[in-house]
Design a binder for this molecule. Structure first.
Ligand code: PA5
Length: 446
């Protein structure tokens, strides 16, 4: 495997006596993911998913993707949570930070429906006004408010410009095979649709059309991504020894730390392209584990930027933290610090060194400082950012999350807590059926 995990620094912080038991439980947890004997077992379609995506599924995605790429300069991916973060994470990780892909004849991918900000949607309409545009609208339930509101606006824009017939060519819906308002709307309007399998929950759906279609329209080879995920699935199945199974080792390490009072996991990167991988990871673990009054709180930082903001707290604040660092061995480009004859900034000691070496020393120095300050460190090392490695990473985190949730004793595949805000929002907005709740809530916010 291209991904390696290093948990050496956690030893002084954890109770080694429970390690053996946790490993045994993790082996059982991995088994029950395959045998579907644990909690939430009707949402385990993701476990074998990379192997199950077949040639005709991939070809269909590629054909639709190619068509969208040909007819649009801007593609609006509309969705929230699991229907948005995976694609966003992969595209950001693999595109140039300055959108060079646009220059290489890739359309610009923008996102909508992941919040309710009026200015954002208005600015988006301005941005797309004179550009040819298409939309991929994604919602498993087909009833989520944020993407539904955004899609209503985007649909009207597309219909006004291209008519109902043009809209059929420019709008693709990804949703449940039969349920939900989006399915009904898509059928009525005659949109091209893709199905999100019943047994794959939102945050585990990146390797379904939910992630694959937007990633493909961004010009990224989804076959290579899937190959990476498939290889990680094979490297973490029940036949692999616990000591060799990096998903299991990560799940055990974070639960050992949790049991020793480390309640917050900070996911750290040293490469800004991984910002949204962090966001995806936060959703994956936060929504899967944070329930029944339990669960590690997943936080994220972008280093070295955040060493100048959160660094102080991490070094000396409450000792309830541990860090998981994504460490990339090799950048794609090569750039050195130049020599300067005057050396006014006194940086000539770095002259000739690659920026990546400076970044690496920042990473290693930070790790040692944080460990010395009482913040244990898990390192996930990857060789470079490419679709194959990202595919491995996706499956690595999904599998680790499934195992870790079972170690915690929760159902990692539901999200009952998400309904609370929706209920209040509908009640406050006066949706039919929420009248008496609305009255009570309005009293409280007078
Ligand atoms: O992981 C999940 O299930 C959630 O985060 C959903 O992805 C999110 O709420 C969006 O749901 P939907 O795809 O039904 O619009």
């Amino acid at each position: 495997m291209d991904i390696r995990i290093n948990v050496d620094s956690i030893a002084p912080f954890v109770n080694k006596n429970i390690e053996k038991k946790l490993i045994e439980e993790a082996v059982e947890a991995n088994k029950s993911l395959y045998e579907k004997t644990g909690k939430g077992n009707d949402f385990l379609g993701w476990v074998n998913l990379p192997l199950l995506v077949n040639e005709s599924d991939i070809t269909e995605i590629e054909v639709v993707s190619q068509n969208l790429r040909e007819i649009a300069d801007v593609i609006i991916v509309t969705g929230i949570g699991g229907s948005y973060l995976g694609a966003k994470a992969v595209i950001e990780a693999l595109h140039s930070s300055f959108d060079a892909y646009v220059e290489r004849n890739n359309p610009k991918i923008i996102f909508a429906g992941h919040h309710l900000d009026e200015d954002y949607l208005a600015e988006m309409l301005d941005f797309i006004e004179n550009k040819s545009v298409a939309c991929i609208v994604i919602s498993k339930s087909g009833t989520t408010t944020e993407p539904a509101v955004a899609f209503r606006i985007i649909k009207r824009h597309i219909e006004q410009r291209y008519g109902k017939t043009g809209a059929k060519e420019r709008i693709v819906a990804i949703t449940d095979h039969s349920r939900g308002a989006l399915r009904k709307l898509a059928e009525q309007e005659g949109y091209r649709t893709f199905v999100i399998p019943d047994d794959v929950g939102g945050r585990f759906s990146i390797l379904t059309p939910v992630g694959l279609l937007p990633i493909s329209v961004a010009g990224i080879d989804i076959r290579i991504l899937l190959k990476g995920a498939t290889d990680m699935e094979k490297a973490s199945d029940t036949g692999i020894a616990a000591s060799e199974n990096i998903c299991l080792r990560y799940a055990v390490a974070r639960n050992l730390l949790y049991n020793s009072g480390k309640k917050i996991e900070i996911f750290a990167n040293y490469n800004p392209k991984l910002h949204y991988l962090t966001e995806w990871w936060k959703q994956l673990f936060g929504e899967s584990e944070g329930k029944e009054g339990k669960g590690i709180f997943p936080a994220g930082v972008d280093f070295t930027s955040d060493l100048h903001s959160m660094g102080q707290y991490i070094q000396e604040g409450e000792r309830i933290l541990f860090e998981t660092v994504i460490s990339i061995k090799k950048p794609h480009e090569e750039l050195v610090v130049p020599e300067d004859a005057e050396n006014l900034d006194q940086l000539n000691f770095l002259a000739g060194k690659r920026i990546s070496e400076v970044n690496r020393m920042a990473e290693l120095g930070t790790m040692l400082a944080h460990v010395d300050g009482g913040v244990p460190n898990i390192r996930i090392e990857i060789p470079e950012l490419n679709p194959y490695v990202i595919g491995q990473l996706i499956y690595f985190f999904e599998k680790s999350c499934g195992i870790s949730g079972y170690l915690l004793g929760v159902n990692p595949f539901d999200q009952p807590g998400v309904e609370a805000y929706k209920k209040n929002m509908f009640a406050l907005l006066g949706k039919a059926g929420y009248e008496s709740e609305g009255e009570k809530l309005r009293e409280r916010i007078k």
